[in-house]
Design a binder for this molecule. Sequence first.
Ligand code: ADE
Length: 422
Amino acid sequence: MATKDFDIKDLSLADKGRYKIQWSAQEMPVLALIQERFRREKPLKGLKVAACLHVTAETANLAKTLAAGGADIVLTASNPLSTQDDVAASLVVHEEMPVFAIKGEDTKTYYSHLNAALDHQPGLTMDDGADLVSELHKNRTSQIPQIVGSTEETTTGVIRLRAMAADGKLQFPVLAVNDSMTKHLFDNRYGTGQSTLDGIMRATNVLLAGKVFVVCGYGWCARGIASRARGMGANVAVTEVNPLRALEAVMDGFRVLPIAEAAAIGDIFVTATGDVNVIDAPAFAVMKDGAILANSGHFNAEINLTALQSMATEVRRMRDYVDQYHLTDGRRIVVLGEGRLVNLAAAEGHPSAVMDMSFANQALAAEYMLQNAGKLKNQVYTLPEELDREIARLKLHAMGVKIDQLTAEQEKYLRSWEEGTA
Ligand code: ADE
């Protein structure tokens, strides 16, 4: 690695980061198995990978797995507030990996880091939010011919990429890791559910029991948040625009209502919709004094902070990641983590045990992309179902859970159509 081929906060944090990475590895047995195989088989030999992911202990274990497979990897943050600086330091010091990520970096630095990663001339990109793919298509098109493809971690990124493909703009294939069942059913639901509450609690230390807790959206992430908030004794309400999801929320036992009504009764609000200005000026106008707002969607666009700022006379930082907006009428509205992903800004993101499956998908997606180089169209693909099932099998095995197998008679029955009411 060239001297200074990295930009991180503080190299002296490396040893702390190394223990954190080891701690998280204990909960990532599926990724460990893939890492062992990669070390033997070197399926990624010579592949340059630029990964734009949240720089966490779990991501470090993915990066080590890719490196074990022979990849030459450079890492940049996928959010200005999600980097764990000690982890970044350990990757640079102990793994000699180029890392460009500093917690709290401004937008200009964020993009300069992204570009530093692309300066490594990757053959494969790995995104969480599609920023690398977007940068390549907007500003660095000359690099596109050398890209085999990309993998995408999150719902928001997959939506962006499908929009690019539908417009005929996508210039290389993408594997939507998010769409594997072993990803979104667990990471989005149980991971976001737990880590979002973790972020809110670490930032504020407020009691959730008895609070009116409004969840905006009812996709996989929002479902997890709603269910975990209910588990903590909160009185949970859901806002939705999709009638099917709204109906599901109703039948899951949640009160469903428009944001205009929810705004007036909520104590805590969490957005997880993937859309813009979900909580906006009309909602701020009727909120209770002290209402707490957090976002768990990928981008910091779900709470209209510009509108809130324009209604405020002063913004006070009460605690780390807790900004109190003082409105002209005397009410205070509290925003956590500057409206960025609260689970990664104010806590540590999803627990390692779910990232184990997400990142097993990422590692296998990189291998699959290379095995299928030149065969895939410039579209967004899902990983083959067999790989998804294999990850689930390995996870169950690691958890010591055994399951039944179909008998020959049952297999035959499922394939037949002749048999009906006996
Ligand atoms: N996204 C959500 N949680 C994460 C984690 N712990 N590591 C990497 N990406 C994440």
